[in-house]
Design a protein around this ligand. Sequence first.
Ligand SMILES: NC(=O)C1=CN([C@@H]2O[C@H](COP(=O)(O)OP(=O)(O)OC[C@H]3O[C@@H](n4cnc5c(N)ncnc54)[C@H](OP(=O)(O)O)[C@@H]3O)[C@@H](O)[C@H]2O)C=CC1
Ligand SMILES: O=C(O)C1=N[C@H](C(=O)O)C[C@H](O)C1
Length: 270
Amino acid sequence: MTKVIVAGAAGRMGQRISYMVTRNPDLELAAAFEHPDNPAVGRDVGENGGFGTTGVTIEPGLDAVIDKGDVIIDFTFHKATMGFARTAAEHGRAMVIGTTGLSAEDLATLRELAEAHFPCVQAPNMAVGVNVLFKLVEKAASILGDAYDVEIVEAHHRMKKDAPSGTALKLGEMAAGALGRDLAKVGVFERNGIIGERTDEEIGIQTIRAGDIVGEHTVYFAGAGERIEITHRAHSRDNFARGAALAAAWVAGRPNGMYTMFDVLGLNEF
Ligand SMILES: NC(=O)C1=CN([C@@H]2O[C@H](COP(=O)(O)OP(=O)(O)OC[C@H]3O[C@@H](n4cnc5c(N)ncnc54)[C@H](OP(=O)(O)O)[C@@H]3O)[C@@H](O)[C@H]2O)C=CC1
Ligand SMILES: O=C(O)C1=N[C@H](C(=O)O)C[C@H](O)C1
C-alpha cells in the first residue's frame, strides 16, 4: 500500500485528490498539508472537503508530514512546487506534480532533482481523455501538415491564475512537434490591432477566463474550404484527481527520473 501526502489539500484539486486517494485500493491517505496561513489547517481533510471524517488532519506545511508518506501529490502553485521538490529530493520521496505555470527553468531544475533523487510524474493534465487528445492532435497535425492552420482555444474558471493553461501549451507543443516547428518561436498568444495577415507557421493559443468553467480545450485545423475541431470538455475535477491517484500508485518504487501520464496510461506506443 502506497502512503500518499496531499499538498494544498484544501484547494479545489487538493480536496478531490484527497477523496480519490481514499477511493483507490492501492493507496492510503497518510497525510495532508496546506500553506501555514490557510484557515483549513487543523481541520480533518475529509470534513473540510465534504466527504466525511478521514482521521487525517490538514497540517501546516510539508516539513510537518514528510516522514508520513512515500509519494507527494502536488497541485498547488508553481513557486510552492519547486520548494516541495527540493524537500522530496532531500528525503527521497516520489512526486506526482499537476501544478501548471512552471517555467522552462523550473522544469529543468525539476528534471535534475528527479534524475538524481526521486521518481516524478509531471503532467499539465491528468485526465485520460486529455492525454488521448494530445495523441490525436499530434496525429492530426502530422497527417494534415503545413496546409492547415493550427489554432487552440482554452476556457477556464475565473479563479485560475496562469494563462494559457498548461494543457493548451502542451497541445501546442504536440502540434508543433509533429509539424517540425518550435512552439517557443511560432506560438502567438495575443492578437490586437492591425496585425497583418496570419503566417503559415504560427500556432495561435487564446484564453477565455469566465465563471466556473472547469476546463475546455479546442484545437482547430483549418484549411481551404474546411476545418476540423477537436474538443475536450471536463465536466468536473474528478477526472484530473483520479488520474493523479493512478499516477501515485504507479510511480511508487520506480527508478528516479521524470515520467508523464503517457507512461502511467501506456500511451507512448500510440
Ligand atoms: N494536471 C492537472 O490535471 C490539473 C492541474 N491543475 C493545476 O493545479 C494547480 C492548483 O489548481 P487549483 O486546485 O484549482 O488551485 P487552488 O488555488 O484551489 O488550490 C491550490 C492550493 O494550494 C495551496 N498552496 C499554495 N501554496 C502552498 C504552499 N506553499 N504550501 C501548501 N499549500 C499551498 C493553496 O493555499 P492558499 O490558498 O492558502 O495559498 C490552495 O489551497 C494549478 O496550477 C492548476 O493549473 C488543475 C487541475 C488539473
Ligand atoms: O487550473 C485549472 O483548473 C486547470 N488547469 C490545468 C491546466 O492549466 O492545463 C488543467 C485543467 O484544464 C484545469
